[in-house]
Design a protein around this ligand. Structure first.
Ligand code: 0RA
Length: 654
């Protein structure tokens, strides 16, 4: 995804809030390049790029809120694919701009990078990744209207593909200041899979707005989905979190058992970098670390995360030594020990964020590391001193992690003793393929012995191998690696894959480059699939990253009309097939076992006809999350999840 330099470099105002005039806006170039190479500005012209348009407009309003001038932002999806974003900020200036002799508003909307100097003092935050400027949104919209309220007057201008259609004109009076932008993404630019413009995903938008609301304490973000004519189908969300990122931690820990009562929280400035951190340990093995720079999520972490990790390990070791949790002879807690079960949000705001790494998702500023290390180090030390009960619970947790790590290592050393897995014969359960060329070989992991039997008959044995699994394989969540390998089912799978596991994992030894999960379209099937995806996500991430994991899509119905047989993969498809042919015979497949070998081959295994879903990192991550709910120690949320999803779970979208 293309990322641009931050748009909002603050003007040098000697630390004072600047007063804005239209002249402050730096003028660069027109919008032609944006329509020529949209990907350069918004990453893609697919569904991701489409959503980028919203982020861009919203980010500008969030900047206004962060500068202390707005506290209310709403996003509304309208019919015709339109989006409306409204804030109660100062309103974009409308005065005439010296250089362009045009209204500042028009300049902002029609000139690339004209947003440049907006904001003045403060961090001008969102910037960075999405800060390509609202003119980019204008360029990529078939229609856009901006309305500004300033000093009692309402102004408006409309554009088509970035070109003004009207002057900036007074259109009425208003009480409060603010900016409203309504736009319609250009169908000439955005192409979905079927050549049609992709649709906005309300879930994605509401999750993003929720996240932004956590990161900007005290602002209210409202999301309305009003695309349908039918008002009953409208959705409306309002996000406001007084606790900011502490509320975020609480949200992420929903359904998990906290190890201590008080969520740690701090917000402090250091060398004009704002450092905000919240954390809480839960009874779990996973670390959940989310770092942000200027409200932009950094999946690759970076300097702020490094500073946090260093200070965390140091503080806990110091405290452990001082209070005799660790004896002199014992070794230190490692970073891994102190992060086990830790949910943390690290959010920094700084003037000139530099993003690095192949995907530009990593914060590179070294001063962010020092600032976080210093602020978090002293604040966390103080927290431990002031909350002895929380400190005790945390120390018990991390010391247990240390002990478990040492025990697991001892156990693993025995199991993974050089070549221990290589030496094992291929499991008897595996019906291997003839090919020894991994690039063309496929492994079908099939639920149940009977479906395994059909698959074995159906397959093309030259390149398709079958591994039947029985029932639930194992609770991966609560099991450490040694236990995991102790499970017969997992061991069988690990040996069949041929590439060992965890640190010994060697992808060059992998025996199949297509690993296909084939389970029934019911609750148990979804459960096993979630389990396998979680296993792959946690222990075989490179397989997911390389796109080696697939989910088979067996049909739900067989529809026969006379001699013609068709298969339907969804309820909708079946209804279509049977609509105008009254005399058809419909068979519902309750499980793979109900298909004979020929049917299984035709529908699900024949490379020429089958449909696979390739598992993405996001799919696997989502499975991992669902997994926590399904397997977590808390009964409440699990029950709720199963009740809420009991009807839909067969279509569980993972
Ligand atoms: C710079 C100066 C002023 C307003 C804004 C930026 C502004 C930009 C956006 C973008 C979306 N919503 C916005 N709200 C405000 C006005 C400065 C002044 O009135 O002195």
């Amino acid at each position: 995804m293309a990322k641009k330099a931050p748009k909002n470099k603050p003007a040098n105002t000697g630390g004072k809030e600047a007063s804005y005039t239209a002249q402050d806006i730096m003028v660069l170039e027109g919008l032609d390049p944006v329509r020529k190479r949209p990907g350069m500005y918004i990453g893609s012209t697919g569904v991701d790029g489409l959503h980028h348009l919203i982020w861009e407009v919203v980010d500008n309003s969030i900047d206004e809120a962060m500068a202390g001038h707005a506290d209310h932002i709403s996003v509304t999806l309208l019919p015709q694919g339109r989006v409306r974003v409204v804030d109660n900020g100062r309103g974009i200036p409308v005065e005439t701009h010296k250089q362009t002799k045009k209204s500042a508003l028009e300049t902002v909307m029609t000139v690339l990078h004209a947003g440049g100097k907006f904001g003045g003092g403060g961090y001008k935050v969102s910037g960075g990744l999405h800060g390509v400027g609202v003119s980019v949104v204008n360029a990529l919209s078939s229609w856009l209207r901006v309305e500004v309220c300033r000093e009692g007057e309402q102004w408006a201008q409309e554009y088509q593909r970035g070109k003004p259609k009207t002057k900036v004109q007074k259109v009425g009076k208003c009480k409060n200041n603010g900016t409203a932008t309504t736009f319609e993404p250009d169908a000439e630019i955005f192409t979905g899979q079927n050549g049609k413009i992709p649709e906005f995903d309300w879930k994605r938008i509401s999750e993003r707005l929720r996240q932004q609301a956590y990161l900007t304490k005290g602002i209210r973000l409202i999301f309305n989905d009003e695309r349908e004519k039918d008002e009953l189908a409208h959705r409306s969300y309002s996000f406001y979190f007084e606790g900011g990122i502490s509320s975020y931690v609480r949200y992420l820990n929903e359904g998990l058992e906290p190890k201590h009562e008080n969520i740690f929280y701090t917000q402090k400035e250091n060398e004009s970098i704002s450092v905000e951190i919240a954390l809480q340990y839960v009874d779990d093995l996973q670390a959940r670390e989310n770092s942000f720079a200027n409200n932009i999520y950094n999946p690759g972490g970076g300097m702020h995360l490094t500073g946090f990790r260093t200070a965390l390990t140091r503080s806990l070791n110091n405290y452990a030594r001082k209070n005799n949790y660790l004896k002199e002879s014992e070794e230190n807690l490692t970073g891994e020990d102190v992060r086990e079960g830790l949910t943390s949000i690290i959010s920094v705001k700084l003037r000139d964020p530099q993003f690095e790494g192949q995907t530009k998702d990593k914060l590179g500023n070294p001063e962010a590391r020092t600032a976080v290390e210093s602020v978090f180090g002293s604040e966390f030390d103080a927290y431990l001193e002031e909350h002895p009960q929380d400190a005790r619970n945390i120390l018990d947790k991390v010391i247990l992690a240390l002990k478990a790590r040492k025990a697991a290592k001892a156990a693993k050393d025995t199991i993974l003793r050089k070549g221990a897995l290589d030496g094992l014969a291929l499991p008897g359960k595996l019906s291997d393929c003839q090919s020894k060329n991994a690039a063309e070989s496929e492994l079908y992991i099939v639920e149940g012995d009977s479906a395994g039997g059909s698959a074995k008959q159906a397959r093309d044995r030259r390149f398709q191998a079958i591994l039947p699994l029985r029932g639930k394989i194992l609770n991966v969540e609560r099991a450490r690696l040694d236990k995991l390998l102790g499970s017969e089912q997992v061991k069988t799978l690990v040996i069949a894959l041929g590439a060992a596991i965890a640190e010994s994992f060697d992808i060059s030894k992998l025996r199949y480059h297509r690993i296909i999960i084939m389970t029934d379209a019911d609750v148990d099937g979804a459960h096993i699939r979630t389990l396998l995806l979680t296993l792959f996500y946690r222990y075989y991430l490179p397989l997911v990253q390389n796109g080696y994991i697939y989910i088979a899509q067996p049909p739900l119905y067989r529809v026969q009309k006379g001699k013609e047989i068709k298969y339907a993969y969804s309820e909708e498809e079946k209804n279509k097939m049977t609509k105008d042919s009254e005399g058809s015979n419909v068979q519902r497949y309750k499980g793979l076992g109900e298909m004979n070998a020929e049917q299984l081959w035709e529908t699900t295994m024949d490379p020429a006809r089958r449909v696979f879903k390739q598992v993405t990192i996001d799919d696997a991550k989502e499975a991992d999350k669902i997994f926590d709910i399904l397997m977590g120690s808390e009964v409440g949320p699990r029950k709720l999840f199963i009740q809420t999803h009991a009807k839909t779970v067969k279509n569980l979208d993972i």
